[in-house]
Design a protein around this ligand. Sequence first.
Ligand code: ZN
Length: 287
Amino acid sequence: MALKRWIAGSLMLACILCGCGTQQVQTGQTNGSAAVQQETDETGSASGSGEPSAMTDDELVDPPLGEDAVSEDAEQLPLSGLVICLDPGHGITSASRQEAVSPLSSETKAAYVSGAVGNSQTEEALNLVVAEMTREELEALGAQVVMTRQTNEATVSNIERAQIANEAGADLCIRIHADGSEDSSVYGMSMQVPAGSLLGTPSIEAPSAQAAEMILQAVTEATGARNRGLAQRSDLTGFNWSEVPCILLEMGFLSNAEEDARLAQTEYRQQIAAGIAEGVCRWVRAR
Ligand SMILES: [Zn+2]
């Protein structure tokens, strides 16, 4: 059956990617003197104002693969029974409002923030394409995938993104972003992880860090990208409201011309998606 061959092919790809990497994953700062530089992400300014376009539950939750896929074979796939939330960062919206940065704090931040912009692409579009590719990889391995958005025009706040993962009972939420920096020479991939006293669910800290290390390692192996390590964030709304393990991949810097060009290539994007799926497999085996 064609599906079986396709799944077998995907598994072979996963096996090829599953090398015994010797690269050391480092936690925290990995590039000498400077801390890992992040785009402003949730802290940037949203532009304009207007009518939010609400997404329905139907748009947010992917349907199952179909009867063929939900056969006895699904039970034997490596990620069977796993629920993964994929959160492609940002979205095009004219809405503007504030929301609480944490369930434990009255401090607020912008609910909708524009992403980074490169010469070749805008971040929200890149994030969505890679998320869709990652969904295909994960579903082929048997996972159930929930998306926080499936269109570039989307008004989804950072609290709402966390709530989608929470309500799905996700085993892991992977937030997919790209970086920007004032310094165009900065490049590489990093993973942001929840930390600090504003976390509504402190117990997500350890499993998130474990998943982040394994997935960042796998993605940098799959792509050859520079591994900039993990960065602990106590200020991200999407982390502080998350009740499930949650990590944020920064796929590279759109402000770096070479990395921006690489991130515009379909093959490179596919390598990122395959690397994420491989990292999820490693995490599932290890946890
Ligand atoms: Zn971003």
